[in-house]
Design a protein. Structure first.
Ligand code: NAP
Length: 296
C-alpha cells in the first residue's frame, strides 16, 4: 500500500455521499492531530472484501458502514461486548495492546447521546419504524433501558420475528410488540424513531409516519441525516414534539471511534458545533449535486 502517514479509513459501498472524511478531519483537528493521519475511503462491494481485507488492516483503525457491518466479523480476532450485543461492527481497532484486531459498535454511543439531548425517558414506550440493522440496535438498547418497544415494519417477515426473539433473549422481561406501518397502535409514545430510509434524499417529501399520528408522541429521532430536516422532523416540530435528525448520531459515533483509537475525548459543545457544520456542508453538497455541479 506504500503509505507515508498512519491511516484510518471507512469501509463501505457505495460511499459517494459519505460525510465521514470531513467529520473525522474535524475530530483529528480538535485532538491536535490535524495532518498527522490519512483518512482513506475503501469503497468495496461485498464480493471483493476478502481480496482487499489485508490492505484494510494496515490501517490503525477503520469505520464500517453498509454492507460490511456483519461481513467484517470473520476477519477480526475479537469482538468487544458492544459489537457482540448487536451482532454488528462499525469500528475496528486494528491492533490492540496484544496486537489483536477488535470490532466495536459505536452507533449505540451516537444513539444514546441523541436520546439524551432529546431528554427522553427510555423506560417509557418507544415506537420504532423499520426492522433492519439500525432498528435492531435501537430496539435492543431501548428494551435494555426498560422501554416497552413497538416495532413497525411494512411487512412482518421471519427476520422481524427473529429480531423480537433476539431482544427477548437479551432483555427477558421486555415488552416487545410487532406491527405494520399501516396499523400503528392507539397508544402514546415517549419516543418515535425512524429507522427506515423513508424521507431520505432524493425523496425528502416522504415520511414513514402520518403527521396526525405524532399527536401522541413526545419526541422524534430520525436516524436519517440527509436532509437535515426530514418531512418527519418538520411534522414533529409542527406538532410540538422535540425532534432530532441523524447527524448528531453520526458525529457522536465517529467521536466514540476516536476514543477507542487514541483516547481522544470531546465536549458536548465541540460535537454540537461539528453537527451544525456538517449539516450545512451536506446541504450545500446536495444542493450543488441537485443542480448538476457535483459528480457523485
Ligand atoms: P436496513 O438494514 O437496510 O433496514 C432498513 C429498514 O427500512 C428495513 O426494515 C426496511 O424494510 C425498511 N424500509 C426500507 N424501505 C422502506 C419503505 N419504503 N417503507 C417502509 N419501510 C422501508 O438499513 P439500516 O442500516 O437499518 O438503516 C436504516 C436508516 O437509518 C437509514 O436511513 C440509514 O441511513 C439510517 N442510519 C443512520 C445512522 C446515523 O448515524 N445517523 C446510522 C445507521 C443507519 P424491508 O425489510 O421491508 O425492506
Amino acid at each position: 500500500m506504500g503509505q507515508s502517514k498512519p491511516a484510518y479509513g471507512l469501509l463501505g459501498y457505495p460511499l459517494g455521499h459519505t460525510m465521514s472524511p470531513p467529520i473525522h478531519e474535524r475530530l483529528f483537528e480538535l485532538s491536535g492531530k490535524s495532518g498527522e493521519y490519512d483518512y482513506r475511503i475503501f469503497e468495496l462491494p461485498a464480493k471483493v472484501l476478502s481480496a482487499c481485507a489485508k490492505d484494510l488492516f494496515t490501517c490503525e483503525g477503520f469505520n464500517i458502514t453498509i454492507p460490511h457491518k456483519l461481513n467484517i466479523i470473520p476477519y477480526l480476532d475479537r469482538l468487544d461486548e458492544s459489537a457482540r450485543r448487536y451482532g454488528a461492527v462499525n469500528t475496528v481497532l486494528c491492533r490492540d495492546r496484544d496486537r489483536k484486531s477488535v470490532g466495536y459498535n459505536t452507533d449505540v454511543d451516537g444513539f444514546l447521546r441523541s436520546v439524551e439531548s432529546l431528554d427522553c425517558d427510555l423506560s417509557r414506550p418507544v415506537l420504532i419504524a423499520g426492522g433492519g440493522g439500525a432498528a435492531r440496535m435501537f430496539a435492543i438498547e431501548c428494551a435494555l433501558h426498560g422501554a416497552p418497544v413497538t416495532i413497525a415494519v411494512r411487512r412482518i417477515k421471519p427476520e422481524t420475528e427473529a429480531l423480537q426473539r433476539d431482544i427477548l433473549s437479551l432483555a427477558p422481561k421486555a415488552e416487545v410488540s410487532l406491527t405494520t406501518l399501516d396499523q400503528l397502535p392507539d397508544r402514546e409514545f415517549e419516543l418515535l424513531i425512524n429507522a427506515t430510509p423513508v424521507g431520505m434524499y432524493p425523496h425528502p417529501g416522504e415520511t414513514p409516519i402520518p403527521a396526525g399520528y405524532l399527536r401522541g408522541v413526545r419526541a422524534v429521532f430520525d436516524a436519517i441525516y440527509n436532509p437535515a430536516s426530514t418531512q418527519l422532523l418538520l411534522d414533529a416540530r409542527k406538532m410540538g414534539c422535540r425532534a432530532l435528525g441523524g447527524m448528531a448520531m453520526l458525529v457522536w459515533q465517529a467521536a466514540a471511534a476516536h476514543t477507542i483509537w487514541d483516547g481522544s475525548v470531546y465536549t458536548q459543545q465541540q460535537i454540537e458545533r461539528i453537527v451544525v457544520e456538517m449539516s450545512s456542508l451536506m446541504e450545500n453538497r446536495f444542493q450543488q449535486s441537485a443542480e448538476g455541479k457535483v459528480a457523485n
